[in-house]
Every structure is written in structure tokens, then in C-alpha cells.
Design a binder for this molecule. Sequence first.
Ligand SMILES: Cc1ncc(COP(=O)(O)O)c(C=O)c1O
Length: 377
Amino acid sequence: MEFDTALRTTEFDAFYTFNPARLMRSTRAFVEGFPGSVLYAVKANPLPQVISTVRTAGVAGFDVASIGEALLVQAEAPGARSWFMNPAKSRRDIERAWRELGLRDFVIDCAAELDKLIEVLPTGESSLRVHVRFHSGASDALYDLNSKFGASHEETLRLLQRVAVQTAWSCGLAFHPGSQTISIEPYLTAMQTAARLIEQADARVASLDIGGGFPARYDNMPMPPPSALLRQLGEFVASSATLKRVELLCEPGRVLAYDCMSLFARVILRKDQALYCGAGIFGGLLPAQQFFQLPVRAWRGGEAIDATAGGQREFVVFGPTCDSNDRLAFPYALPDHLREGDWIEFQHVGAYSESVRCAFNGFSVDHLVTLDDHEAG
Ligand SMILES: Cc1ncc(COP(=O)(O)O)c(C=O)c1O
């Protein structure tokens, strides 16, 4: 469907747009700036066209958390390599990953998960690599993942030693400071820890995966572009004799995908300063339920409404469902004259929107418009 047709339709009250050129640009810039190999974290946005675009843009492979994601990569990017970087996997999925899908990279953060790998995978197979994920320390991430995963430093050394003694596999280290980490310090601190662990380990550590978590721009968080952060990472690695010797990996999702999609939601009801829209938290605005204020723009009659003409006011924005949680966390400044039938474009919903949305209450966003680069957003 054409963008113009979607804006003029009366058939549905919400649709997504996807801008592949923008995804290509941000992925290329990140791949060029990162001092190692970039794996795309499929969980951020598993749309087939996102997977194929980031591959064309030069990612070295894919971070998958499940067999479902690995199958998706196999289908959409045949021949691409996937890393199974979820520290909690069922035996059945470990077996399928290796035997059916040929995955060779796994992550663990405890002895029980290593026991499973040793029982299920061939211990004499030297092409396998096990990454031990350690607790990365204090983080300013909005979603701190260390509360769920990450071995203590002592346990990390024990696990590395067990891999070296009990198998022919190679070893790596991994950490993840959490999603939307807003400063460089948690990365640098964890990389310092990694260097110490590599020096202390009784096993040769061949790689370090510094996770994802690189920050995206939202209206309440005007983060600088990733280039400055990547430069600092590069300088840090170059200054460490230990880190310079290992293969460096990262697994970004959000920072690559966030600005390649918008969600257009029609105003279906206006009650004074409250707007009820054709899609809300369940339709894909979950990131805006709590932490993020999304950039927005209003559209009428196929055109964006000039935000500088006429007055603006702050609106409370609700989705269409009966759930009172279906409400955006921040007030949104939009034209005062906004009315039923107008569209609100919620920008920067390329990450953790498509992947987590659902059709609660029967409201399903079924249309996706692929844009030419100049068309919107
Ligand atoms: C293991 C792992 N890798 C990568 C990511 C991607 O993180 P982000 O989208 O913040 O870059 C996540 C996010 O939850 C993760 O759990």
C-alpha cells in the first residue's frame, strides 16, 4: 500500500511505516564505527525486511535468543551466522541449534547451564565456543539486565576453567549492561573487568562480547549519535594490551532499529485534552508506557500539520482498549485544533514495538507501508 493511500483510508485506524534507507544508514554507520564485529539482536525487531536490510548493511551475524529467532534468520538471511546468546536454554533447543541449525556459539552464566551444554553438545568439537556472561556491575541502563543474568567474577573464572578442562571448545566472555544504557561508563567498567578476568583465567579467552544496550534518541532523552560513544570504546580497546588481543563483538538492537519505523494512529475520540487513538500500548507503544517520550507529528488530509502554525497544547494520549494502563507516560504537545479523524505519527518505534505488540481487545495493527526515504519521519 502507498503511504498516501494509507493516510486517506477509512478502512483502518493504525498502520506502521518502515524506512529501509534509514535503517541501512544507521546500521552502516554503527558497523563502520565499532572496533569489532556487530551482531544484530533480532529481538529488537524481527521483521523479515529488517533482518535482510541489516545484513545488506554489513552486520557480521545475528544474536538470537530462541530457535524461533534462529529459524527466522535462516529464512531471511540464508547462510548468515547466528549466535545463541540467551543464558537460559532448554536441552531441546541446544540440541536443535547445533544439529539442525549449525549454531556454534552459546552463552552461559552458571554451572547448571554448562552441565547441559556438556551433556548435549559434542565436547570434542573445537568449532564450538562458549561465552561466559558475567555481571557487568552498576549500570545506568533503563532496563538493567544484570538483575536477571550474569555470573560473579569468581564463578566466571571457574566456568572458564571447566570449559578448558572438560571440552575442546574455545572460550569467550560476555556482558550486557542493560538496554538504553545512557553513558559510556558501564561499558568501560565492564571492559576493565573483562581484561582482568582474561588475565586471571586458566583458559585462553578468544573473544569478548560487550552486549547491546547502546542508547537511542527519544524526546526526553536527546542522546548524541553513537559515533562519539563508539570512538571512546575504540580508544579504550586500543589502550588495553589484553583487549587488543581478543575478538570484540557487540549485539545492538535498539540503536540500529529505533528510528526506522513510525506508528500512525488515528484520533478516534477527543475528550477535551484527552486523545483516544487507534493504537496504543498494546499496538506497539509499549516503550512509551513508562520510560520514553516519543517524537510525534500530526497529519490531516494527507499532509503533516505545520506544528508552528496555530496553538499547541499538551494532550493525554490513550490507546483504544479498555485497559486503563493503555496510556502513554508523558503528555504530548500537539496542535490545539486536533480532531477525530486526524493521525498522530509516533516516531522512533522501530525497536521493541513490532516485537512485543499484540492484538489485545481485538485491536490489531495489520498494515505496514514501506517508505521511500523522502516520504516521512
Ligand atoms: C542478550 C541480549 N543481547 C542484546 C540485546 C539487545 O539490547 P539493545 O536492544 O538494548 O541493544 C538484549 C536486550 O535485551 C539482550 O538481552
